[in-house]
Design a protein around this ligand. Structure first.
Ligand code: AMP
Ligand code: ZN
Length: 466
């Protein structure tokens, strides 16, 4: 059965076949590491993870690159304002490399908590300056770029067509635009490939145009080519990338190689909060840790994201996410009941579920409908280990870590304990991690003294009032 994927470039669903053999080459636009990623960002990476897992489930092998943007992403995608990294560095009184390292670590910690598979290749922009410079030189050689006092700009009038991804009418947009167009640019939509660094810019490199740094769009085009070649299968990002970032990536690839570099372009829709945009001024930019503080596990947020198809907007509310937390626990309990059940299920019945599940996920990653199938199985009156196995198999795509259901449920039982007892439980967990059995026993005795019983199992520690 073919996987069908919606292609923003052709504006239709297409049957997917890799360009070469059985390997799917994917490039995903990754985070700009100037602050903590928010739950909207993670909706995009959950979509990326679904794509990976669906392709793997279909037997494909993957070569997937995700970039870490640690230089060159200006405040507005259209080359206006300051470099986001440098601005954050000044605000936090650190250098931009420290900022990048700190927020990259935080990003991957959240990715792990969300059980998002790590792409095979993580490419940091600042590690690929020579490849980017080379790419820009090719574009210049082919006559698609020019120099101004600010940097090297791509001349979109040299292209046969611009834009190709979005339907927007540039003339209408220019007429309605409020920003002043740089008079040195030949066309208002020309964009920076390489930016001449102001005196106080910390991240800068030698180039034929003096000390300077790459534009955001060239980073992805150059790193994609380095690892995946001039033509690869799939490029992903959020819908905000369509009109500028991905449009400009395509322009660059055409300028250097004459080809659009990716065959299928996929875009995840936005997460809204309380019906509107997330913004610092409204105080509604939430992180995965903010959700945890309110009793919403990262995996419950993942399940929450599964309530809408990746190409439709999803509105986040705490009530909705708390309902997903409850649903996740019900799913875990349902799985455990099947695991302990002894009924025989006809093989035909299992196959029907398998076929339906495959058809659903292969229909442009219809995860919300796949979750419907999961609930059908969970709610079945017949409790069977075969169903538990089936749920485990389907979880290869959903990534909800269903196999460890008992551990998660046990951990939650400890949540209602008084703060001082929770503290002792945490200390004992740490002692056990460090294999300090003497300290672990000492803390257990302390807990018993104050009236709490401790049970250790392979699925974690449960602490109950005696
Ligand atoms: P950035 O770190 O700003 O480059 O963004 C990282 C990713 O998050 C990009 O793929 C964006 O398209 C995506 N993104 C940003 N805001 C949202 C949102 N509210 N909902 C879904 N995805 C988002
Ligand atoms: Zn990108």
């Amino acid at each position: 059965m073919k996987v069908k994927l919606y292609n923003t470039l052709t504006r239709k669903e297409e049957d997917f076949t890799p360009l070469v053999g059985n390997e799917v080459r994917i490039y995903s636009c990754g985070p700009t590491v100037y602050s903590y990623a928010h739950i909207g960002n993670f909706r995009s990476y959950i979509f990326m993870d679904n794509l990976r897992r669906v392709l793997k489930y279909n037997g494909y092998s993957l070569k997937h690159v995700m970039n870490i943007t640690d230089v060159g992403h200006l405040e507005s995608d259209a080359d206006e304002g300051e470099d986001k990294m440098e601005k954050a560095a000044r605000k936090e009184n650190k250098n931009p490399y420290e900022i990048a390292e700190f927020y990259t670590k935080a990003f991957f910690k959240d990715m792990d908590r969300l059980n998002i598979d790590r792409p095979e290749i993580i490419a940091k922009a600042t590690d690929h300056i020579p490849e980017m410079l080379e790419y820009v030189k090719e574009i210049i050689k082919n006559g698609y770029a020019y120099e101004t006092s600010k940097g090297i700009y791509f001349d979109i009038s040299k292209l046969d067509k611009y834009p190709v991804l979005s339907n927007r009418n540039l003339d209408d947009q220019i007429a309605g635009a409020r920003v002043e167009v740089d008079p040195e640019k030949r066309n208002p939509y020309d964009f920076a490939l390489w930016i001449k660094a102001p005196e106080n810019h910390i991240m800068k490199w030698e180039s034929p145009w003096g000390l300077s740094y790459p534009g955001w769009h060239i980073e992805c085009t150059a790193m994609g080519r380095k690892y995946l070649g001039e033509e690869f299968d799939i490029h992903t990002g959020g819908v905000d990338h369509i009109p500028t970032h991905h449009e400009n990536e395509i322009a660059q690839a055409k300028g250097a190689t004459g080809k659009i570099h990716a065959k299928i372009w996929m875009h995840g829709e936005f997460l809204l909060v309380d019906g509107g945009k997330m913004s610092k001024s409204l105080g509604n930019v939430y992180t995965i840790s903010d959700l945890q503080e309110k009793g919403i596990e990262p995996l419950a947020y993942k399940l929450f994201c599964y309530s809408a198809h990746y190409r439709t907007k999803l509105n986040f509310t705490f009530d909705g996410a708390l309902a997903s937390q409850k649903a996740l626990n019900r799913l875990r309990e349902g799985y455990l009941k099947h695991l302990n059940g002894n009924e025989e299920i006809e093989e035909k019945n299992i196959e029907e579920y398998e076929n339906k599940f495959l058809e659903t996920i292969n229909n442009d990653l219809n995860i919300p409908a796949a979750i419907g199938i999961i609930w059908d199985i969970v709610r079945s009156d017949k409790k069977s280990k075969q169903y538990a196995k089936l749920l485990e198999k389907f979880d290869e795509v959903l990534g909800l870590d269903i196999k460890n259901s008992e551990k998660y449920l046990n951990e939650q039982k400890n949540v209602d304990l008084p703060e001082d007892i929770k503290e002792l439980v945490e200390q004992r967990k740490q002692a056990r991690l460090e294999k300090n059995w003497a300290l672990s026993d000492e803390i257990r005795n302390k807990l018993i003294e104050v009236g709490y019983q401790v049970e250790d199992s392979k699925d974690g520690m449960i602490v109950k009032k005696m």
